[in-house]
Design a binder for this molecule. Sequence first.
Ligand code: SAH
Length: 195
Amino acid sequence: MSIAAVGEIVWVLGIVAWYVIRYPFERRAKRVQVVSDARSLYDIVGLVSALFGLAILPGFYVATGIPQTADYPANVWAVTLGAVIFGLALWVFRISHKELGRNWSITLEIREKHQLVSSGPYAIIRHPMYTSFLLMALGQALLLSNWVVGLAGLAGFAVLFFLRVDEEERMMLENFGPQYRAYMERTKRIIPYLY
Ligand code: SAH
């Protein structure tokens, strides 16, 4: 089997694992009442971009090999590093979901009895789930040796993150006031101790 094919198989397994982690939270989220909804067109555009860059385009590439002209030779070290980073992404994704529990939403919402979570990964960074998306995008870029597909994941992440993060923090400030402000002062956004 070629190295490129190994990278593709690891990516597919990673996406399946991603959904296995997320699914129970999607089910549970339907049962928890939404109190206030800050969902906007920006938020939808961000989610669609992320879905496109991190799932649809790479999925299409794995299935069809298109766009073949953007392929470059796969490298065993890049693919290995990609697998490690993708695994790290899944781990961060899982611990963030567990920590956020019933406060999780796919869009920006405040739920009934919403609590500010500041433990586990949230003790160090405010958006560990977005960190996991960034790691996923990096993993994808290393696992799939195609320039278009590699850049699409990073672009999809960037659109989601930058369209959403200010609005999300504004929403949290509105709901949790000084408690969230103090929390912001002791944490970074997505990269521990840096940003
Ligand atoms: N930005 C976070 C959460 C993503 S899920 C992360 O990347 O890990 C989005 C929902 O999480 C939002 O609707 C918001 O209500 C909720 N949320 C974000 N930060 C939170 C926190 N520290 N405590 C509780 N809920 C939070």
